[in-house]
Design a protein. Structure first.
Length: 523
């Protein structure tokens, strides 16, 4: 009996301790209900304290984002499938804003805009989660853009150079190679110190898979993050994809590293926003886009910056992609993006169909920042390159009408055609700086003016194959320092002369009917 009494007393003592430690504060839960739902948008009533861009949770666990807040009710975009939501469904406010996991664990992975793995891999153990909407660095927190970002594409690095911290628009019609330019730029960073973040906005799943496979086969996928909002994803998920990708890239920038952000593409992003806005009854404006569509992309691209030394000297370079219709650069969204960015790379359909790849129109392309950061080795050879090339294009058009030209004009045309052959490249094959410099040196000094155009691919292949083997010190010096010393220039000129000398007997053999197989990169 005494034992039972002691046990009861012990239980009462521990019970009092548990009661004293229990949290008996009121648990306030804000709830509302769905009035109507459809097309990825839900209109809800209740939740009077919900804030703009706050996350809400529906009864079945679906997450939504409050994109329109008013006294009459709120408009929410759904971030996943709405199959379990109907009129009358309970919805709860979370008090949180949309965020995405960030950290080194994301490298080599493909994720959704809310951090869900899209590559079939394990759950991501991120360092932390950061809001997808963040303020851009202030003016005093930024530094001058002084370092080059090499794309490995000769026509861009020579005529439209990019700098780390720049925003450069890639614009052109559908199927003109915009994504290929972006992929080549990612591949070219595989041996450098730049982390690449690729945001697929409204793309087909097959297209995204091709991008990932291209980077896997030709680059270093372990230094890349893929944020995927495919065309079959919820419109809300597509809409937040570029903001989530930018937050992931900012993590590396804020650590003092360098990041490259590809946004492919913002035309589809604007279309998704137009769709959501019209469903939320926002007043339409030009081309049915709401009036805040400019702010949509301005607040995103302003986050690209080169930080000051006090803030770690990191950089975030943004390469947004936009699509035009029939080459119309004056359409609403391309015009907005051109005014936001620091320049544009325009890919012209006419050049693409003529076989000039990449089909960059150098006359309508410009870099307002990168010229000051261009690698000195290329800058010394490309000072007048853009002007000379533009003059050649005009002269070539003139001669197509059968006009007679003098010897001086014909010489310019011949020189320009060799330059155009040098600027052409295969996809997924970015060139190291040393090879670009060698090819530009050959054409700038007129060494190729008498070479038959049909032999240009063979010469490119010869130089690409022999440069690292026969002139390794000169190649390494250019790649590491970005400068062309007198010693390196002499070594490169010797290599060019040797390749030309070896090519002439081969050309003579061809004339006699002997086979001559091209070798190396340029074939």
């Amino acid at each position: 009996m005494a034992t039972m009494k002691d046990a009861a007393e012990d239980w009462l003592n521990t019970a009092r301790t548990r009661v004293d430690a229990a949290d008996v504060s009121p648990d306030l839960e804000r709830t509302g209900r769905v009035e109507e739902v459809g097309d990825g948008v839900a209109h809800i009533s209740g939740l009077p304290h919900t804030r703009l861009n706050e996350l809400v949770r529906f009864e079945d666990g679906t997450i939504g984002l409050a994109l329109m807040v008013s006294e009459a009710g709120h408009g929410c975009v759904l971030l996943s499938d709405a199959g379990g939501i109907s009129a009358g469904t309970t919805v709860t406010g979370t008090g949180a804003v949309a965020s995405v996991p960030v950290g080194e664990a994301l490298l080599g992975r493909a994720i959704s805009a809310i951090g869900t793995p899209m590559d079939g891999g394990a759950e991501i153990k991120a360092e932390r989660s950061d809001p997808i909407e963040r303020p851009a660095p202030g003016i005093v927190d930024r530094d001058l853009v002084t370092e080059p970002l090499l794309t490995g594409i000769t026509v861009i690095d020579a005529m439209i150079p990019l700098g780390r911290g720049q925003r450069q628009l890639i614009v052109g019609d559908r199927k003109t190679g915009k994504t290929t330019v972006a992929i080549d730029t990612i591949i070219n960073q595989s041996k450098g110190d730049v982390i690449c973040v690729y945001a697929a906005i409204g793309q087909k799943a097959s297209t995204v898979n091709r991008v990932i496979e291209a980077v896997r086969d030709h680059g270093n996928i372990d230094r890349c993050v893929f944020v995927v909002g495919t065309a079959d994803a919820a419109p809300g998920a597509q809409w937040i994809t570029p903001y989530a990708a930018c937050t992931i890239a900012e993590y590396f920038r804020d650590k003092g590293q360098h990041a490259l952000l590809i946004l492919d593409d913002l035309s589809k992003h604007a279309e998704v926003y137009r769709q959501l806005s019209l469903l939320l009854h926002k007043p339409p404006g030009r081309e049915a886009y709401p009036g805040d569509v400019f702010y949509l992309h301005a607040r995103l691209l302003e986050r690209a910056a080169k930080l000051s030394k006090e803030n770690g000297s990191g950089s975030l370079t943004a390469l947004p992609v936009a699509e035009t219709l029939a080459g119309n650069l004056t359409a609403y969204i391309p015009t907005n993006l051109i005014s936001i960015t620091d320049g544009q790379i325009y890919l012209e359909p006419k050049l693409f169909y003529e076989g000039q790849k990449p089909a960059v129109n150098v006359g309508m392309s410009v870099s307002r920042v990168g010229g000051a950061t261009q690698a000195k080795a290329i800058k010394s050879l490309a000072d007048s390159l853009k002007l000379d090339y533009a003059q050649f294009l005009e002269l070539e058009v003139f001669t197509r009408f059968g006009a007679m030209v003098d010897a001086r004009t014909q010489k310019k045309i011949d020189h320009g055609r060799r330059l155009r052959a040098i600027l052409g490249q295969n996809e997924y094959a970015p060139l190291p700086l040393s090879l670009q410099v060698t090819l530009l040196l050959a054409v700038s000094e007129g060494k190729l003016d008498t070479l038959p155009l049909g032999d240009m691919p063979k010469l490119r292949g010869m130089i690409a194959d022999r440069l690292p083997k026969e002139r390794p010190r000169a190649a390494a010096s250019i790649d590491e320092s970005g400068e062309l010393s007198d010693e390196a220039r002499k070594a490169l000129n010797e290599l060019i002369d040797l390749c030309l000398a070896d090519l002439k007997p081969a050309a003579a053999d061809d004339a006699d009917g002997a086979p001559n197989q091209p070798t190396g990169e340029g074939s």
